[in-house]
Design a protein around this ligand. Structure first.
Ligand code: GH3
Ligand code: MG
Ligand code: MG
Length: 709
């Protein structure tokens, strides 16, 4: 150590100087001590020892300092050497990068990695692409340079993009576009794909402006792209999903300015170009919902609510309305208020709700019916008991009438019973029933025909029974015909007529209850052998087949009332066979009966469906002609009179002599039934008095044609 010995020589010189200084000091002290008579040895010895010791110590300290300084120098030197080596290395690496031979980690690679990019250089004349930095997203990032020739690079891309990337890149070169930008997928190191964006530009051209070199970057955009794809898919979902999104202005006409594309399809608009954009919301909402929905929206907006829910019926392309559930969110854009919203079809749910509600209603109606049925039951039980103890038809009918009044208030009615010939005959009626045939066939009544209650609401909806007729104005209120059968045999029918308009539900209810009512009646009718006495006491006369007097008594007031209401006349003719007593006496009672039958048949032949021919008693007949003008009645009766006179009746093989009839005719425009019969009777009396075989009109006489005598 050269530097060490040099420093040691320096130390020795300093030590000698110090020794000499110390000796001198001792001498000075010796002189001073002689002058002051001090003992030299006492001072000199410690002083010499101090000088020697001090010198040694000093020397040692010098030595120590020198070695520390030397060591520091060595350390410094070594550090310098290391730094130099590092710099050299870095330099080498930098050189390597410049020369494109980078191996191992370097700063550029770090930068590339940090930026998640790779750099590409495309050399067009040699058809090569050089990549620096491996595509990002790799677990172990290894900087690399790769060279792809020809189509090699494109073939590594995601098959969906291979062709497009190649095409677009070639276009970029061929058409001398200044920049290239495209997003596509490159393979990652796990057999998957990563989205990158490739951007590039031309960096070198030849004299003709053809691209020689293009360069650019690949940047990993995988996460962003996935998010973007998810977003697009979400939007696509909205465009095909069940939710319609829209926006409309809250000012003025509330015009829709945005609507999702699925609206046309969801709302059944067959024109694929249909859109609600530009349309007013009022054109799409059911008129009954419009005001309510607007009020809801206005209130929510006015009270600064951020959103509002509403339900409405929406007009669809096929003209139907469907319930929608809607949520609106308010927003302000350029100072204008808008409602942005979405709606979903809730028609099915709504239908279910309505069904549930109607089930509830049905249940309530059933409970109500049950209550009524209980009340009915009491009446019916009583009726049944009473009917069982009824003694004649009038009593039985009165019981039925009262029961019907109690069970069906607001309804008129009638009862018909089966006759021996299989036809139906009216037993009686109550209230103000419409015009009914006193006698009809089973096929004329839909209730009897089908063997179940027949409810009639109006002509458009149900078939009207043939035995029930509308009034002069063609009006007929709803009615119900309930057939009654016992032991499999039809015994009759109950007919109920509404006194005012009713609903189809009420008709249905009446049908049910009338059926139960009829059930009681038919049992009573069966038990009491009602059929038998109904047949005996039926409305028809057994001999002539004409209606009996009982029916006339019942119908006459009704017909007069109805005709009066309709401002129509009622004509009534009383017909009596001339000298019939004598005829009986001459030819026998049976021959007389035959004559009566023949005259009755002729009469029935001639009358209209609305006319009523009855046997009033003995050989006296009555023809009731509601709504018939007296002039028409005269013509008709005269014809009948002449035809009776020329009747040819054979009895027991020989012809009976002709018989004649006298007729008294009366007309009323509102008088009572009794008065009308009396007037006709008076006219008849006059006809007899005037010589018989003639027609006399009330207060007037029309002489029979002379030739008849
Ligand atoms: P006129 O009326 O012309 O004054 O004389 P008439 O002989 O018809 O007199 P009246 O009316 O008083 O007599 C009624 C007769 O009619 C009495 C009765 O013998 C007869 N007669 C009544 N009912 C029947 C019946 O059902 N069958 C038969 N064969 N005769 C009857
Ligand atoms: Mg008589
Ligand atoms: Mg007579």
């Amino acid at each position: 150590m050269n530097s060490g010995s040099t420093s040691f020589a320096g130390v020795t010189r300093q030590s000698i100087s110090l020794g000499l200084f110390m000796v001198g000091l001792v001498l000075v002290m010796a002189v001073v001590s002689r002058d002051h008579d001090l003992q030299v040895a006492w001072y000199a010895l410690p002083a010499a020892a101090l000088a020697v010791g001090g010198t040694v110590l000093w020397q040692e300290w010098r030595l120590l300092r020198a070695s520390v300084a030397e060591r520091n120098t060595v350390v410094r030197q070594r550090r310098q050497e290391r730094e130099d080596a590092l710099h050299n290395e870095a330099h080498q690496r930098a050189l390597a990068i410049v020369e494109g031979k980078n191996q191992g980690l370097d700063y550029r690679a770090r930068a590339i990695r940090a930026a998640q990019i790779s750099i590409w250089v495309a050399d067009i004349p040699s058809n090569q692409i050089i990549f620096e930095g491996i595509h990002t997203g790799l677990k172990d990032f290894l900087p690399d340079t790769r060279i792809y020739h020809g189509r090699e690079w494109y073939l590594r891309l995601h098959p969906h993009e291979t062709e497009l990337v190649e095409y677009r890149f070639k276009e970029f070169i061929k058409r001398r576009l200044q920049t290239f930008e495209m997003e596509y997928r490159v393979p990652d190191d796990r057999g998957g794909w990563r989205w990158i964006i490739s951007r590039g530009l031309v960096i070198q051209e030849d004299e003709q402006g053809r691209t020689l070199v293009a360069a650019g970057t690949h940047i990993d955009i995988h996460q962003r792209k996935l998010a973007q794809i998810a977003h697009t898919q979400e939007r696509a979902l909205f465009n095909v999903g069940p939710v319609v999104i829209f926006r409309f202005s809250l000012l003025g006409e509330r015009i829709i300015d945005f609507i999702s594309r699925n609206a046309a399809r969801l709302w059944r608009y067959t024109d694929p170009d249909w859109t609600a954009v530009g349309k007013s919301t009022s054109a799409l909402v059911h008129p009954d919902d419009l005001l309510a929905v607007r009020a809801t929206i206005n209130e929510a907006f006015a009270t600064s609510k951020p959103s509002v829910d509403a339900q409405l019926r929406l007009l669809r392309g096929d003209g139907t309305y469907h319930w929608q559930s809607m949520r609106l969110i308010f927003e302000i854009e350029h100072g204008q208020p808008y409602a942005r919203g979405y709606m979903v079809d809730v028609q099915e749910r709504k239908a279910m709700e309505e069904l549930a509600a109607s089930h509830n209603q049905t249940l309530e109606a059933l409970v109500e019916q049950l209550h009524m049925a209980q009340a009915d039951s009491v009446v019916l039980q009583e009726t049944s008991d009473l009917l069982n103890s009824a003694e004649d038809v009038d009593e039985a009918f009165e019981i039925v009438r009262r029961a019907a009044d109690a069970v069906f208030p607001g309804w008129s009615g009638s009862l018909s019973a089966i006759m021996q010939n299989g036809g139906l005959s009216l037993v009686g009626q109550w209230g103000a029933p419409p015009w009914q045939d006193a006698e009809f066939q089973l096929k004329d009544c839909w209730g009897l025909r089908r063997g179940k209650p027949h409810g009639y609401l109006n002509e458009d909806r149900q078939l009207r029974c043939n035995h029930i007729h509308p009034d002069a104005e063609g009006q007929l209120l709803p009615y119900v015909c309930v057939p009654m059968s016992a032991n499999g045999e039809t015994v009759g029918a109950l007919h109920l007529f509404a006194n005012s308009m009713v609903t189809s539900e009420q008709i249905g209810d009446i049908e049910l209850r009338a059926e139960r009512f009829a059930e009681t009646l038919k049992l009573a009718m069966s038990n009491l052998r009602l059929r038998a006495w109904l047949r005996d006491q039926a409305t028809r006369d057994g001999l002539t087949g004409l209606y009996n007097r009982r029916l006339l008594d019942e119908r006459l007031p009704v017909e007069i009332k109805r005709s009066h209401r309709d401002r129509l006349p009622v004509s009534l003719a009383m017909i009596d066979v001339d000298h019939f007593k004598r005829f009986n006496d001459d030819y026998g009672h049976d021959a007389g009966d035959l004559v009566l039958k023949s005259i009755s048949e002729l009469l029935m032949d001639r009358v209209r469906v609305y006319d009523l021919a009855c046997r009033y008693g003995g050989e006296e007949l009555i023809l009731l002609m509601p709504g018939c003008q007296i002039e028409d009645a005269i013509v008709k009766l005269e014809a009948i009179r002449i035809d009776v006179a020329s009747l040819q009746i054979s009895y027991q093989g020989y012809m009976l002599p002709p018989v004649t009839i006298s007729i008294g005719l009366a007309e009323t425009r509102g008088g009572g039934a009794e008065a009308l019969v009396r007037q006709a009777d008076e006219a008849l009396y006059r006809a007899k008095h005037q010589g018989r075989n003639r027609l006399v009109v009330q207060g007037d006489t029309i002489p029979p044609p002379e030739e008849m005598h």
